[in-house]
Design a protein around this ligand. Structure first.
Ligand SMILES: [Zn+2]
Length: 227
C-alpha cells in the first residue's frame, strides 16, 4: 500500500503539534461530491487558508486512486470534537462524483487495517465521526456502517474481542438471552460494565456476546469499549 506524504507545514495554525496516543480511528466523509474533489484537492485544502481559518485538520484523505497523509499519526488533528481529536486518527473518504466510492472504501479498509496493526488499535475502536459528536458523518457509510465493519473484521479481531470490557452509555439498554433482537431478557443502566466474549452480526446489526452468555447491542452510540 502506497501512501503519498503531503504533510501540513508545522507553521500552519491547524497543525497544533500536540502529542497523540491514538486509541481510535475516526472515519469521515468529505461531503464534497463535486467533480475533482479528490484526495489531491483535499491535500491542498488542508494546507490552505480556509482550513486554518476553520481550524480543521486530519491525518489521511483517501480517494479511489490514492491515499494522502497530512499529519503524523502521533500528532493531534482537529476533526472530531475535543474528545475524538484527543483519541483518534482522522481519515476522510472522498465522495467526489467522478470517483468510485466502492474503490475508495477498499483503499480506506487497507489503510485502516495497516493502522490497526501498526498502532495496536482494536477493531472495536474503528468508529464514525458521528460517534463522537453526533454529526451526520460519514453520511453515506453510516447507512452501511455495520457491513463496513464486518468487511473490516479479520480472524484476529474475532479473538481480540474476548476479555475486553464495555460500559453502558444509554440510560437503559436491553440485554438479550440469545442472538436475536426479539429475545429481550432484561435491562441494564448507564455506567454498568460488562466483559465481552464475542461479537456477531444479527440481522445486519452488530451484537456483543457477553461473558455471562447474554447478548447486547454493539452500537457505539449506546455502549463504549473501555481502553
Ligand atoms: Zn466528519
Amino acid at each position: 500500500m502506497e501512501i503519498k506524504q503531503d504533510v501540513i507545514p508545522t507553521t500552519n495554525t491547524n497543525r497544533p503539534g500536540d502529542q497523540l496516543n491514538a486509541t481510535h480511528i475516526t472515519i469521515h466523509e468529505t461531503a464534497n461530491t463535486n467533480t475533482g474533489a479528490d484526495a489531491e484537492m483535499h491535500a491542498r485544502y488542508v494546507k490552505g487558508e480556509e482550513a486554518q481559518n476553520r481550524q480543521v485538520s486530519w491525518h489521511y484523505t483517501v480517494d479511489d486512486k490514492q491515499i494522502i497523509q497530512h499529519l503524523p499519526t502521533n500528532e493531534i488533528g482537529w476533526h472530531a470534537g475535543s474528545e475524538g481529536n484527543a483519541a483518534s486518527i482522522g481519515i476522510e473518504l472522498c465522495v467526489n462524483e467522478d470517483g468510485s466510492f466502492s474503490k475508495t472504501k477498499q483503499k480506506a479498509m487497507e489503510l485502516i487495517q495497516s493502522l490497526k496493526a501498526s498502532l495496536s488499535i482494536p477493531y472495536a475502536n474503528v468508529v464514525t465521526h458521528h460517534r463522537w459528536t453526533g454529526k451526520n458523518c460519514p453520511a453515506r457509510l453510516l447507512n452501511d456502517w455495520e457491513a463496513f465493519k464486518k468487511e473490516l473484521r479479520t480472524e484476529e479481531d474475532e479473538g481480540s474481542i474476548a476479555g475486553q470490557r464495555i460500559v453502558i452509555e444509554a440510560q437503559t439498554l436491553w440485554v438479550y438471552d440469545r442472538p436475536d433482537w426479539d429475545a429481550r431478557y432484561t435491562t441494564v443502566t448507564a455506567g454498568e460494565v460488562f466483559t465481552l466474549k464475542d461479537e456477531l452480526l444479527v440481522d445486519s446489526h452488530q451484537m456483543y456476546q457477553l461473558k455471562s452468555g447474554l447478548y447486547i447491542t454493539a452500537n457505539d452510540q449506546y455502549v463504549t469499549m473501555l481502553p
